[in-house]
Design a protein around this ligand. Structure first.
Ligand code: NAP
Length: 242
């Protein structure tokens, strides 16, 4: 279904991003992974993808919050793979704290990676997409960006920002044949949610359990293939944000 397509997945070394990279590879896409610091984990994902799915896979260290580093990395990926067809902006961090305790750098760091990082990567890929008159952008938001969450004003603001950015990009780039959508996961079992399994919010999930990274990856794969869907926010949350 995605044979011959090139997918760039940020934050593909672990968790949801690793599951997305594997899912897109299983559909035939060649994969470029961006990671921040986990070189061994990123290489392990690429090596599994090459062996299991027979597609190309390379990983690239890049801080998505760094505009120039993002530009250099996109240019390297284009030179290695020839083009980019699918961009999955999945890299994200949390630095939680109640507003009374939250330090300025906690707010700035989360906005820089989650929101500015998403802008940076879209900005650097847009020229490629416009020239080929096609492209699929999928941004990882969160139900927290829809509902808010005490202790996460920085994260919620970044993820709500991702939704506004997604809809604006969708409107701007639709005439060029480019789609832009967001996925809003709820509680997904990854490193990011370690220790939250027993929180009151987790207990209120209508489907009665946390989600898996693979369940989010299915939604990303759908949006990567959906040629008549743009500007949408697909919730993968067990019903928590109805
Ligand atoms: P995770 O397990 O903590 O993995 C985060 C990934 O992002 C890692 O690959 C990490 O690379 C990469 N990353 C972090 N900062 C980066 C930076 N500055 N530049 C490049 N890469 C960076 O997180 P996850 O749970 O899979 O979450 C993935 C996305 O889904 C995030 O955007 C998160 O906000 C969103 N989300 C998650 C949940 C959930 O319940 N887990 C719910 C809603 C939304 P390294 O391995 O190199 O550090």
């Amino acid at each position: 279904m995605l044979k011959g397509k090139i997918a760039l997945v940020t934050g593909g070394s672990r968790g949801i991003g690793a599951a997305v990279a594997k899912k897109l590879a299983s559909l035939g896409a060649d994969i470029a992974i961006i990671y921040a610091g986990s070189a061994d984990a990123a290489e392990a994902v690429c090596s599994l993808i090459r062996k299991q799915y027979g597609v190309s896979a390379n990983c690239y260290q890049c801080n998505v919050a760094d505009y120039d580093a993002g530009r250099r990395t996109v240019s390297q990926i284009k030179s290695d793979f020839g083009t980019i067809d699918i961009l999955v902006n999945n890299a994200g961090i949390t630095k939680d704290g109640l507003i009374a305790m939250m330090k300025e750098d906690q707010f700035d760091d989360v906005i820089a990676v989650n929101l500015k990082g998403t802008f940076n990567m879209i900005k650097h890929c847009t020229g490629i997409f416009i020239r080929q008159r096609s492209g699929a952008i999928i941004n990882m938001s969160s139900v927290t960006g829809i509902m808010g969450n005490a202790g996460q004003v920085n994260y919620a603001a970044s993820k709500a920002g991702v939704i506004g950015l997604t809809k604006s990009i969708a409107r701007e780039l639709a005439p060029r044949g480019i789609t832009c959508n967001a996925v809003a996961p709820g509680f997904i079992d990854t490193d990011m949610t370690k220790g939250l399994q027993d929180s009151p919010l987790a207990a209120s999930i209508p489907l009665g359990r946390m989600g898996t990274a693979e369940e989010v990856a299915q939604a990303v794969a759908y949006l990567a293939c959906a040629s008549y869907v743009t500007g949408t926010v697909l919730q993968v949350d067990g019903g928590i944000a109805m």
